[in-house]
Design a protein around this ligand. Structure first.
Ligand code: DX5
Ligand code: ZN
Length: 220
């Protein structure tokens, strides 16, 4: 297995001390930035001006998770800001392939996210169009929710499609990832792990190391 990527979500960080909260996760692979619009999800976080500042001060590259309606209109702007990865929701785009191509053309990695109720079937054959697939393991909108074990079959379907394709598409999970659940998600095929409350609920550097240890102990 390739080394697991740990992407702390700053949704659980202190928003008025973001620069320090970002500095505290320098040992992470990427920083997961949750954009919410109070429309696609019932919560509101930030938009391009704040993301631009995060991009300027973050010690690690940005993994954008856009929980916003009309992704076709807004997602390319985050790639233009210099985000390393831009993930939009399958449920929020008219044309996922066209949008992913646009994001890649700008120079970012393109990701597609699926809410728990979304059928993976139409997306399995589209893997060549994406650099990352995000299988949500909670209903998007809030940190600190319980990991949905029943998403593992969906994750396995993407893992099987990935193996069959031979592509190096990252399989990401987001929601309820802890030292207890991370190995379960890894076992089902995830290689990229978002953790908000599990990281910022303690000393971030220690929590990141704990998650790395918990996932390393698991082997395929
Ligand atoms: C939820 C967000 C997550 C959130 C995860 O909609 O997409 O990234 O921060 O938080 P935890 O790790 O606490 O479940
Ligand atoms: Zn997220």
């Amino acid at each position: 297995m390739t080394a697991a990527r740990i992407n702390p979500s700053i949704l659980s960080a202190d928003f008025v001390n973001l620069q320090a909260e970002l500095a505290a996760i320098a040992s992470a692979d990427l920083v997961h930035v949750d954009v919410m619009d109070n429309h696609f999800v019932p919560n509101l976080t930030m938009g391009p001006p704040i993301v631009e500042r995060i991009q300027a001060v973050s010690p690690v590259p940005l993994d954008m998770h856009l929980m916003i309606s009309d992704a076709d209109r807004w997602a390319p702007g985050y790639a233009e800001l210099g985000a390393y990865s831009v993930t939009f929701h399958a449920e929020a785009t008219e044309d996922p392939v066209k949008l992913a191509r646009r994001i890649r053309e700008i120079g970012a990695r393109a990701g597609i996210a699926l809410k728990p109720g979304t059928d993976p079937e139409p997306y399995l054959e589209l893997l060549p169009e994406f650099d990352q697939v995000l299988v949500m393991t909670v209903e998007p909108g809030f940190g600190g929710q319980k990991f949905m074990h029943d998403m593992m079959p969906k994750l396995r379907r993407f893992a099987d499609a990935k193996a069959a394709s031979g592509l190096d598409v990252w399989l990401q999970v987001d929601g309820g990832i802890t030292v207890d659940t991370i190995a379960i998600a890894a076992e089902a095929g995830a290689d990229t792990f978002v953790a908000g409350s599990a990281v910022y609920g303690g000393v971030p550097e220690d929590r990141i190391a704990d998650l790395r240890r918990a996932v390393a102990n698991h082997s395929h």
